[in-house]
Design a protein around this ligand. Sequence first.
Ligand SMILES: Nc1nc2c(ncn2[C@@H]2O[C@H](COP(=O)(O)OP(=O)(O)OP(=O)(O)O)[C@@H](O)[C@H]2O)c(=O)[nH]1
Ligand SMILES: [Mg+2]
Length: 482
Amino acid sequence: MLSLSTLPPSSFLRPHGGDRRLFQRLHYPERCNFEKLGSYKIECKLAKLKQAPGGTNPDSLIKEPHKYFDQVIITVRSGDGGHGAILKMPNQSPAKPVGKLEKEKARIKGSIKRDFDGSLVLPVGGHGGDIVVYADEGRDTLLELHKKGRFSAKRGGNVDSTGVLTPQLRNGFASPSMRIPVPLGTVVKQKRGKLLADLTQPGQEILVARGGQGGISLLDAPEHKKKKLMSLTSNVLRDDSDKVLTHGQPGEEVSLELILRVVADVGLVGLPNAGKSTLLSAITLAKPDIADYPFTTLMPNLGRLDGDPALGPEMYSSAATLADLPGLIEGAHLGKGLGRNFLRHLRRTRVLVHVVDAAAEDPVNDYRTVREELRMYNPEYLRRPYLVVLNKIDLPQANERLQSLTEEISRIGTDVLAMNPEVVPEASDELVPRTSDEEEEKDLEDYARPVAVVGVSVLKGVRVKEMLKQIRAALRQCRDSE
Ligand SMILES: Nc1nc2c(ncn2[C@@H]2O[C@H](COP(=O)(O)OP(=O)(O)OP(=O)(O)O)[C@@H](O)[C@H]2O)c(=O)[nH]1
Ligand SMILES: [Mg+2]
């Protein structure tokens, strides 16, 4: 598993207030103050006017970072190779070395660079800069890349020419690679093309555009001599038609699609306001935004769970990363609420924790709604071990029915732990989720029951230890089956 020891307590940008207001207006109109709606529309119009040509509107990035943080299309161009030069051989028949100058000339002639087989080594132009994309633990989002959109590496230097082939003649300087940092878990694809890499390990990298090769230098000599001289050189570059390449080769231009899929062991899912962020902050050092209105969380927050102290020296192997996801609502898989895109961030998780507000009107129905949304997005998610956390039991209306809720939820599903990810093809990042016909016909009862149902109050710290024990047990279950 990944070592994420340097992960900051809360790894994603804070959601923006304007965003939350927009979602409330769209989905909870009864709670909105419509008097201000006029000014909101004007703000949106202004944002449109300011749109920068070719790039993502910077205002949109600020106002709606949750739409952009995990996906971007960029164009990269590696550097062209530097050029070679047309050079003269130093005087081929110098006068007998008598004076100091003649001796020096003779020395120069005798020390022109040669390969081990005696052939001439002609200077070449510098290699153009490569473009490399690498996973950087310090990055949380792809937002930065939206601002630029296009990345070009420098061209290689030309041969530093004096017109004469001398030992001092320099190759053109190679240009350094341009390195583009992306968050851990970034998938690199060619735009509408093949998958290039899945960067899940810190420092993992991929060369996405190779810099152009530098051009070779040529010798300017009479034709009869030239042939002989060229046959003596070992590093002459030729193209397919055997033409000698004195000009540097052009760099490559590629359009790339970068998609972030958060790297976490445990995913917290539930309706808005269930207490997912409060749970994350109760058991990790993460400091997500918490508030009593829906869609407080707009982008995943990550938190690090320390290893289990009961395991002694092995405790570090049991450390895990938790991802608190934005709230799901009915129809999320069709784009309702915050849409379905963030559901992709569950893909790498191994255990799911359903957080249910036990004080809500119909907690069992809430729980079913979320499971159904997961099933519609990717049925494979329902095959993962999961536990149900009945939250807010400090409230009397939750505490009173805890027993019956626990029993009812524990009964939903089969006894068999149906964990066989190979059976169902993974949902892709395409807009329409893929579910097999067989999977379409299934309902929640056909999937495994939760490994545990725990009543807690994450706010008041009631039975949090018991919940933690169950999360660790579910994680162990996965590790043992690996
Ligand atoms: N009484 C009580 N309130 C709680 C408890 N846990 C969370 N809350 C409150 O519930 C509200 C929502 O909590 P959040 O943690 O923001 O909920 P969330 O599930 O992350 O919500 P979204 O980000 O909108 O999806 C906040 O006012 C919390 O203080 C609890 O155990 N008991
Ligand atoms: Mg939240």
